[in-house]
Design a protein around this ligand. Structure first.
Ligand code: NAD
Length: 386
């Protein structure tokens, strides 16, 4: 990556899974790196990677941190999964106002480049998309089933709109672009994989859903790192600012059935892959009920919802995108990865089947599973009849 040695990169959300991996890669390439995050890094970090504890919702904190920085990777976000999804106020504050603060800080303090980590969700809301590209319109805001996706969309729009803004110190213009990743995986991923492994180990992962032919996409964390470095480079004058004002879908470029993607993880941990396939609409309705219950009970008992409607769409409805624009304009070339190192990561931490569960234990789980299914199916009846 050009100029990497002479430049300082600031990463908002730099202590999260992806941000930290990007930081280590930039640092390895000789760059100065600042991690800006509300929480410190979980791993042992080289001394010359600077950590600034701060909140993007506080303008003064982010403004102080960007002084002297050449390029910002704006990765911090809130509300993607689990309990966080309930906190609409914080989702809005971090994803929308936080992004505006980061942009304003760049303009006020002469930061000329910003790469925003967006998501597939800005165009996807449960409709089938086959080999979609960047000409697709944003999903209308009112159609987003979750607040996270809606606010990520608003944030991406404001990032791209800020492209070309004159910097206050007269040094030139702010150039911005957005990358829209698929679901991120890799060893040590903390958001999705531990939850999936938890479901496998608790015996909840006993069925798959949706059409066997439905296709989705994933991106290995290191492919995403490479795309971000290329996107930042393409904002420079050496690359004619070719990524400025642009959005790019980023994945491994290998559409796959969601559940088949996880088969090596399930089997690698010694569990049988489920044979039962349920209709998507049944699971969607179950997710809807779960969200309703979470909405009512969440303020008193903030449990982890089993599945949300967005997660059902994301896992069961075909949506994949062409990498042609990222390849042509950024020079993005995704490498091939598999789940071996992920399986290894979990095995090293004591996961994986060691003994057979008792017959009685399995029987009780089977009965509970069938009872839950019957309940969901029965609860359909008044809806259908009304
Ligand atoms: N994980 C995925 O599958 C996925 C898919 C598509 C897009 N994305 C996007 O990729 C990015 C990285 O995802 P990740 O899985 O590494 O997330 P993560 O949750 O591991 O990291 C986010 C980091 O942001 C920090 N943060 C949150 N609020 C902050 C604030 N107010 N100020 C400063 N820092 C704050 C958190 O402490 C955390 O360290 C996010 O922008 C996310 O929206 C993720």
């Amino acid at each position: 990556m050009e100029n990497v040695r002479s430049e300082t990169f600031l990463i908002t959300g730099g202590c999260g899974y992806f941000g930290y991996r990007l930081a280590r890669s930039l640092h390895k390439g000789g760059a100065r790196v600042v991690l800006f995050d509300t929480a410190p890094p979980k791993q042992e970090t080289p001394e010359d990677i600077q950590f600034v504890q701060g909140d993007i919702c506080d303008y003064a904190q982010i403004a102080r941190a960007v002084v002297g920085v050449g390029c910002v990777f704006h990765i911090a976000s809130y509300g993607m999964s689990g309990r966080e999804q309930l906190n609409r106020h914080l989702i809005e504050a971090v994803n929308v106002q936080g992004t505006q603060n980061v942009l304003k800080a760049c303009v006020e303090h002469g930061v000329s480049r910003l790469v925003y980590t967006s998501t597939f969700n800005v165009v996807f809301g449960g409709q089938v998309i086959e080999n979609g590209d960047e000409s697709l319109p944003y999903l209308p805001l009112h159609l987003h089933p979750d607040h996270y996706s809606r606010t990520k969309s608003l944030a991406e729009m404001s990032v791209l709109k800020a492209n070309g803004t004159t910097l206050k110190d007269g040094s030139g213009l702010l150039r911005t672009c957005a990358l829209r990743p698929a679901g991120i995986y890799g060893p040590g991923e903390q958001r999705h994989l531990p939850r999936i492994v938890g479901y496998i180990e608790k015996g909840i992962f006993r069925f798959v859903y949706g059409e066997a032919s439905s296709l989705v996409e994933f991106v290995h964390v290191d492919n995403l790192v490479s795309a971000h470095k290329l996107a930042a480079e393409a904002l420079t004058s050496q690359k004619q600012h070719c990524s400025a004002g642009q959005a790019y879908f980023i994945s491994d470029g290998r559409p796959v059935n969601n559940f088949e993607f996880f088969r090596p993880l399930v089997e690698g941990l010694g569990y049988p892959f489920p044979k039962v396939r349920l209709p998507l609409c049944l699971i969607y309705f179950f997710a809807f009920l779960t969200e309703m219950i979470h909405h009512l009970i969440g303020p008193f008992y903030n449990f982890q919802p089993l599945l949300t409607r967005t997660e059902v769409y994301k896992t069961g409805v075909t949506h994949y995108f062409s990498m042609a624009k990222a390849k042509a304009e950024l020079g993005y070339e995704p490498q091939e990865y598999n789940l071996d190192e992920v399986v290894q990561w979990f095995r090293c931490r004591g996961h994986g089947k060691t003994s057979c569960r008792s017959f009685l234990g399995r029987l009780i789980l089977d009965i509970l599973f069938v009872a839950a299914l019957v309940t969901v199916a029965l609860s359909f009846l008044p809806v259908v009849g009304s």
